[in-house]
Design a protein around this ligand. Structure first.
Ligand SMILES: C[S@@+](CC[C@H](N)C(=O)[O-])C[C@H]1O[C@@H](n2cnc3c(N)ncnc32)[C@H](O)[C@@H]1O
Length: 322
């Protein structure tokens, strides 16, 4: 029983502390429970219980009546962390509420309301998801850039499901000749203008709100990014998306796919991620064989397959139109 209960409460305590801003407050210096409660608009009693639980999990330290962040928290969930994964905790607080219906999702075979329908109704949810994706992209984006070589002749880029815009910004910084379009659901583009403006890219990057399953993309493009998007679609939608994106490529253009491929035997990350997809979107991870077949049928030739060596970081494939 404890192997089910203790990890659940550890996750709950970390997520609540992130949602309340507790780790950010302690990052300013050690504080008593009363001081932290006041700063985080929480009760003194609840804050003491939370901080003591975090001390027990060795995530927070206590010296007398003063609490401080432990090394792990300082490394990952404070303003000085590179990156600060607090947006992941804030998102996980929302995901936790959805995951409470896991049994229902397993019975039904999917969510009662998909994440995308929910974000369309609640913009703050879309923004929280985009900020979490941006934190992950901070880590993954340099690895994707290392795996992809864009020819100097490339001028136009499309980032499908590009959300926060960090991947587009990274490609535009490395390849100054590129102009880009970020295509995504409107609810996932609310934080993008400020990121692009902060990087001086407001003129080079255009946002195109739309539904990738039915809208057109324009083009032709020299580079198309499809990063962490296929798992949000059914296999039929995924193959259709790959086919339409291949058609939007200029001759010699490249499609860059980043995915969390499912292996032959269940591995922890892709399998657990499939449970998350079941409860949030009703979709599933794909196999690399399936994507390879879609690319071939779309007339693309795979020129690169690169694993990103980090749990949950996935793999990058580059495919080129003849
Ligand atoms: C897992 S996030 C990946 C975000 C970004 N590409 C990255 O790698 O950080 C998936 C993205 O696909 C977008 N998406 C999901 N369904 C979509 C659809 N039907 N049309 C366009 N974008 C969609 C979501 O809004 C979200 O931004």
């Amino acid at each position: 029983m404890m192997s089910a209960y203790l990890p659940m409460m550890k996750s709950a305590a970390i997520v609540s502390a992130g949602e309340l801003g507790m780790f950010h407050h302690l990052a300013k210096g050690p504080a008593t429970a009363d001081e932290a409660a006041l700063a985080c608009a929480a009760s003194a009693r609840g804050t003491r219980a939370l901080l003591d639980a975090l001390v027990a999990y060795e995530l927070v330290t206590r010296d007398g009546d003063r609490y401080a962040n432990g090394a792990f928290i300082t490394e990952h969930f404070t303003p000085s962390s590179q990156p600060d994964f607090t947006p992941g905790l804030v998102w996980t607080a929302a995901a936790w509420r959805m995951t409470a219906d896991l049994t229902g999702a397993i019975r039904r075979g999917g969510p009662s309301v998909s994440l995308w329908e929910e974000t369309a109704k609640r913009p703050e949810l879309g923004a929280a998801f985009a900020k979490y994706m941006e934190a992950i992209a901070t880590v993954v984006s340099p690895r994707i850039l290392d795996a992809v070589e864009v020819p100097s002749s490339a001028r136009t880029m499309l980032d499908v499901g590009g959300s926060h815009g960090l991947h587009t910004a990274a490609f535009c910084a490395r390849y100054p000749q590129l102009e880009a379009v970020i295509f995504d659901l409107a609810a996932s583009l609310t934080t993008t203008p400020s990121l692009l403006a902060a990087r001086g890219l407001a003129e080079r990057v255009r946002l195109q709100p739309g539904d990738a399953t039915r809208d057109t993309f324009g083009g032709p493009y020299d580079v198309v990014l499809l990063l962490s998007v296929l798992h949000n679609h059914s296999h039929a939608e995924g193959e259709d998306l790959v086919r339409r994106l291949a058609a939007s490529l200029a001759p010699g253009g490249m499609l860059v796919v980043h995915e969390h491929f499912q292996g032959a035997a269940p591995q922890v990350f892709p399998s657990v991620f499939d449970l998350t997809l079941l409860v949030e979107t009703g979709t599933a991870t794909v196999t690399s064989e399936a994507v390879e077949a879609w690319l071939a049928r779309a007339g693309l030739r795979v020129t690169k397959r690169a694993e990103i060596e980090s749990v949950g970081a996935g793999a990058v494939w580059v495919a080129v139109r003849a």
